[in-house]
Design a protein around this ligand. Structure first.
Ligand code: FAE
Length: 547
């Protein structure tokens, strides 16, 4: 079984050997060299990967927003840092010449250890569109809990590899409800600007927005919003707008205009790989171990912490378990990753002094999706830029901010599509199930109802005004609401509850949380700018006082 085609009908004939040779990292290349005819590839250690027995001053778990900010600022302060990332490095093209798979043709690269895709839009015209793929350490994880599927990025760059790139700073008037213990003046004067500059956030050229075919869907979305009395607001993104203009002019390879997004953008998007992680590389003080997963952190006999790490191959199997020590450990594995680790380590006795707030206060940022069916005389366009650029703001009146999202199918769908962020008050808790050896989340499917009600404050009104109806074919047969998922997990180790006001974990000095787990469930808009800004604030304080 050395060929993907033998056990997949969705792989488009990828050969496993060529695929692994071409994709992901030095690890992948080494794996091929070492296993030519073996059934399962084994990832050999690359020169950069952390050696067993190593001692590092600072170890960062995860390479998303929080982890990248922490590593950059520590390195700039003269601290040597090692980052541990369970996903691949995503720096080498596959046999098709591209690093990332297209949204319209998912393959092995698309999903984290699944044999079938689990696309957020599961249906089209009522028909299921998921397909078989080879199991591989792909880029998008659709992690299933009892009541909700949580989508997350896997690889060096975390969520920045797969996300929509909407870089939204919450309205200042809403900030007090988002992070009540954090000084808003400091955030809006210093840390939000620092985060936005570091991320390269920029707003679309308004004149180009008005004229380009690829944002017709957004102009239709704006028209419908405004006719129903709602403000449409432009939001900055981290896409390179000059590049997108060149895509539209046909002079560079297409990415946003070729529907790339969920499984990575080959060009144009300023993921963390192009921003914070590029600057991290320049410091020369940070090494990154990809395909390495932290499984335990516990106090070391001589001070500091013992960290246990599984080295993975591209089937997800552990090929080596390493133990290292670190003076300081930063949990930046994302809201779900950090919460799962801390809950398990507390329950199983590795970190028993963590407090009872660990695992609490988790929310879905009120995510809910829906589509509307437009009239035949109101087309949204067959060419749709995959990067959303605006939203409908009804937060204060109705509890919903709806991003006007693309449906980049390449054909005219006469549909308008939206991801709403709502003021859903429900909060869930992670807990350890000793019988199954797993961390569970007690979110219940019915807890999305407030989100649906809030989204309806916008879309019922638009439908009434336009004489249109909801699409019922995108999330199943006759199902209006995409209420089974979130893209925006937040909380689980909340600021001032599980940690102090700067992310220092209660119970252990030298352990920090520095990612979306700190934020109590909702940011009123898309979250990565707030996660980045909070990390900038916290690491500045930690460097000044703890090192
Ligand atoms: P994150 O970026 O998830 O990074 C955590 C990293 O830790 C990941 O690379 C993991 O693989 C790694 N990891 C986890 N556990 C371990 C372990 N045990 N050992 C080693 N490594 C580990 O965390 N947000 C926006 O603001 N705008 C958008 O337009 C937007 N669109 C999105 C679209 C999609 C499809 C998705 C999935 C998310 C989107 N988001 C968006 C959310 C955003 O990407 C997310 O809030 C941030 O990435 C979270 O940042 P963190 O640093 O908390």
């Amino acid at each position: 079984m050395s060929d993907f085609a033998m056990h997949s009908n969705g792989s488009k004939g990828f050969s496993r050997r060529t695929f692994i040779a071409g994709t992901g990292s030095i690890l992948g290349v080494a794996a091929v060299a070492g296993r030519a005819s073996a059934a399962q590839p084994t990832a050999a250690p690359s020169a950069a990967s952390i050696p067993a027995g190593a001692h590092v001053p600072a170890l960062v778990i995860g390479t998303g927003y929080g982890g990248s900010v922490a590593a950059l600022r520590l390195a700039q302060a003269g601290v040597d840092v090692h980052m541990i990332e369970m996903g691949m490095s995503w720096d080498t093209p596959g046999p098709d010449g591209k690093i990332f798979a297209n949204t319209t043709s998912p393959d092995a690269r698309s999903f984290w250890l699944r044999t079938k895709t689990k696309q957020p839009l599961s249906n089209f015209l009522g028909f299921p569109i998921d397909r078989d793929i080879p199991k591989y350490t792909g880029i998008l994880d659709a992690e299933e809990f009892a009541g909700i599927t949580v989508y997350q990025g896997r690889g060096v760059g975390g969520g920045s590899l797969v996300n929509g790139g909407m870089a939204v700073t919450p309205k200042r008037e809403n900030f007090g409800a988002i992070l009540p213990s954090v000084d808003a003046d400091e955030m809006y004067n210093t840390y939000y600007p620092r985060a936005n500059a570091g991320l390269g956030a920029a707003t679309i050229d308004p004149a180009w927005f008005e004229s380009t075919a690829c944002y017709q869907y957004a102009r239709v979305g704006r028209k419908h919003a405004q006719r129903a009395g709602f403000p449409f607001v432009f939001v900055p993104t981290v896409y390179d707008w000059d590049y997108m203009k060149q895509e539209a002019a046909g002079v560079v390879p297409k990415s946003a205009l070729a529907g790339e997004i969920l499984y990575g953008n080959n060009y144009g998007k300023k993921s963390l790989q192009k921003t914070y992680l590029a600057r991290i590389k320049e410091t020369g003080r940070v090494t990154i171990s990809a395909l390495h997963k932290v499984t335990s952190v516990s106090p070391a006999a001589g001070g500091g912490y013992t960290v246990t790490i599984d080295q993975l191959d591209t089937t997800g199997a552990t090929t080596l378990t390493k133990t290292v020590t670190a003076d300081k450990v930063f949990f930046a594995a994302g809201s779900v990753g950090t919460s799962k680790l801390l809950v398990r380590l507390k329950a199983t006795g590795a970190l028993p002094n963590l407090n009872a707030e660990i695992g609490q206060g988790w929310g879905d940022n009120g995510n809910v999706m829906c589509g509307r069916a437009n009239h035949m005389w109101d087309p949204t366009g067959s060419l749709q830029a995959s990067i959303p650029t605006g939203g409908i703001d009804n937060w204060n009146a109705g509890g919903a901010f709806a991003e006007v999202a693309p449906l980049p199918t390449g054909i005219e769908t006469y549909a308008s599509f939206y991801l709403s962020i709502t003021k859903n008050p429900n909060r869930a808790r992670f807990s350890w199930n000793a019988a199954t050896g797993k961390v569970e989340l007690n979110w219940q499917a019915a807890w999305k109802q407030p989100s649906i009600d809030m989204a309806k404050t916008i879309f019922d009104k638009i439908n009434a005004k336009e004489g249109t109806i909801y699409r019922t074919d995108l999330f199943g047969a006759y199902k209006i609401w995409g209420d089974h998922l979130t893209y925006h997990p937040l909380g689980g180790a909340v600021l001032t509850k599980a940690t102090d006001n700067y992310g220092r974990l209660y119970g252990y000095s030298g352990l920090y949380v520095i990612d979306g787990a700190l934020i109590p469930g909702n940011t009123s808009v898309n979250p990565f700018v707030t996660i980045t800004a909070l990390a900038e604030r916290n690491i500045e304080k930690i460097i000044a006082t703890d090192l």
